[in-house]
Design a protein around this ligand. Structure first.
Ligand code: SF4
Length: 254
């Protein structure tokens, strides 16, 4: 576990199984990767934005110290569920320093994860609040908050290096949930780039559609729990939870 909450014993899971050598090695590599990510300054526009936002916070966050750096992924190398989001929010992850933390999108995700046994609690408000994914790993197509939540193509390409490494290190993943079309496309593109097969013709994004990929991983597409989607009713709580219920069913089946 790289970020967020009290650090559990390395590799500990609810079964109490002791971590293997391979697990400790993979977790060590993930921690090294996340440490490198946090220092990344590859995208000048995003570096400027994440820092500018921190200098001029809205009234509700005035006086808070913003993270204002790339926001690392969250979870353990042993996870079987991989969640790929779009990017940290300017006043969410970019403020708190933990992915999907400190805004309504984070709370939507935490509630859905917790409802199906993938998180310790149904809220994700700040680092150290006790929220922790269980058997799940949360990453994003890009790790710095983009202006208007719209990353440039070149920025997504820059940040793909981290998802590449994660796909290689997360060896136990059986189900992938992508949040929004950008994350869906980024995940499929990254699979191709690391040599994992993608069906031809490729899957087409639709909410709660699922595809069994050639390596046995099931991909589930979901709308992103952004305010734009949740406040317009495009994504209801029921629709969102149906995605995680499906993931739980898949992971419960032999
Ligand atoms: S978006 Fe990714 S590649 Fe670009 S600066 Fe942030 S961490 Fe680095």
């Amino acid at each position: 576990m790289f970020a967020g909450g009290p650090t559990p014993p390395r590799g500990a899971d609810r079964s109490g199984v002791q971590p293997s050598y391979e697990y400790r090695r993979d977790m060590g590599e993930i921690e090294t990767l996340q440490a490198k990510l946090v220092a990344c300054r590859l995208c000048p526009r995003l570096v400027a934005h994440r820092e500018a936002v921190a200098r001029t916070p809205p009234r509700r966050h005035r006086g808070e110290r913003y993270w204002a750096r790339p926001v690392p992924s969250l979870g353990a190398a042993r996870a079987r569920l991989l969640i790929v989001g779009l990017a940290p929010a300017a006043h969410g992850g970019n403020r708190t320093g933990r992915i999907f933390t400190g805004d309504e999108s984070g709370n939507w995700l935490a509630r859905a994860l917790h409802a199906y046994g993938f998180a310790t609690q149904p809220t994700s408000r700040y680092r150290g609040d006790g929220f922790r994914p269980l058997d799940a790993y949360i990453t994003a197509a890009i790790h710095c908050a983009p202006p208007d939540n719209k990353p440039a193509r070149s920025e997504i390409a820059n940040c793909a290096r981290y998802l590449h490494a994660e796909l290689r290190l997360l060896r136990r993943v059986r189900v992938v949930i992508t949040l929004g079309r950008v994350a869906f496309d980024a995940y499929l593109r990254t699979r191709r780039e690391v040599g994992l097969a993608v069906p031809v013709p490729p899957p087409r994004f639709a909410h709660n559609r699922a595809w069994r990929l050639p390596d046995g991983v099931t991909l589930i597409a979901s709308y992103h729990p952004s305010r734009q989607n949740t406040q317009t009713g495009r994504l209801t709580r029921r629709m969102f939870h149906a995605v995680f219920a499906r993931a739980r069913r898949l992971l419960s089946s032999p």
